[in-house]
Design a protein around this ligand. Structure first.
Ligand code: ADP
Ligand code: MG
Length: 271
């Protein structure tokens, strides 16, 4: 629609890291470290490792016939309809679907943040109520990050270790891998939204969780950091975590051992 309006004579400036958007533009102004540089290149990152877990890897979580409806006055939204999904240890699964298809609601059901109207969610770890699972069993990257605004970047990342009563964990390697070392003493309000998102990813992985639920964990990343985020999540899967990542980036399926598609509340296993 912006392109159409531009063709009719309107002028737009769009701030983006999305090469698809750049492909629609008449001109690209490339910023790096706050400076305008003349190039408009978007270079593809390093080759991606696919996670290859054994098909008989133990099931960590399963959703069995879960449905969730939202009621607003007389209107009923069928956000999730009779969905079945299993997550296995050591696998990265991705859940792909358009905006509004029910992905975040399904994640909320798996996380125990929402209660299903029908069906059930079962955790192999034994926690019948996932909302009470500690972070080392169930770590989440919420769509809006959920960072604690009074804590520094480093303190946010280290928080699950504190809550688990652990003194040591891979805080520094995670900060380094996700480009946060130089920002470690800043508050979340003092870094960009993409950097905040990477703090949420680092925080989720610091305890090597049994299960990771990540809601569009690379949605604010450029090509380089998108690769870094998916590489780090793939590494967690290879180390044994059952990972589910919601995304609408279809190319992420290349990282995944299982691909689930969501359409109007219905879930189908694609690969
Ligand atoms: P996605 O994450 O795939 O974009 P969501 O799970 O957020 O989708 O939403 C699925 C559907 O449920 C959408 O139609 C959305 O508008 C609706 N929805 C989400 N949250 C609420 C709510 N709290 N009240 C009413 N409708 C909601
Ligand atoms: Mg969502």
């Amino acid at each position: 629609a912006l392109r159409d309006h531009a063709d009719e004579g309107a002028g737009f400036v769009v701030a983006t890291h999305d090469p698809d958007v750049i492909a629609h533009a008449d001109a690209a102004i490339h910023l790096r470290n706050g400076r305008v540089v003349s190039e408009a290149a978007t270079q593809r990152g390093p080759a991606r490792p696919a996670t290859t877990a054994a098909p008989d890897a133990p099931v960590a979580v399963s959703a069995n016939g879960v449905s969730k409806r939202y009621r607003r006055g007389s209107e009923v939204v069928h956000a999730v309809e009779d969905a079945d999904l299993t997550l296995q240890r050591g696998q990265l699964s991705v859940l792909i679907g358009r905006s509004g298809s029910g992905k975040s609601t399904l994640l909320g059901l798996l996380a125990g943040w929402q209660r299903p109207d029908e069906g059930s969610v079962a955790y192999a770890a034994g926690a019948s109520d996932p909302s009470r699972a500690p972070w080392h069993e169930l770590a989440i990257v919420p769509q809006k990050f959920g960072l604690l605004m009074d804590l520094s970047v480093r303190e946010n990342v280290a928080l699950p270790l504190r809550l688990a009563g652990r003194s040591a964990g891979p805080v520094d390697p995670l900060l380094a891998d996700l480009g946060l070392t130089e920002l470690a003493e800043r508050l979340p309000t003092e870094i960009s939204i993409g950097q905040q998102q990477r703090v949420a990813v680092a925080r989720a992985l610091v305890v090597a969780p049994t299960v990771l639920l990540a809601d569009e964990p690379a949605s604010h990343q450029d090509e380089h950091w998108r690769n870094a985020v998916w590489t780090r999540i793939s590494a967690a899967a290879q180390a044994g975590t059952a990972c589910l990542a919601v995304t609408h980036e279809a190319d992420v399926a290349g990282y995944a051992a299982a691909v689930w598609e969501m359409r109007d509340g219905h879930v189908t296993r694609m690969a």
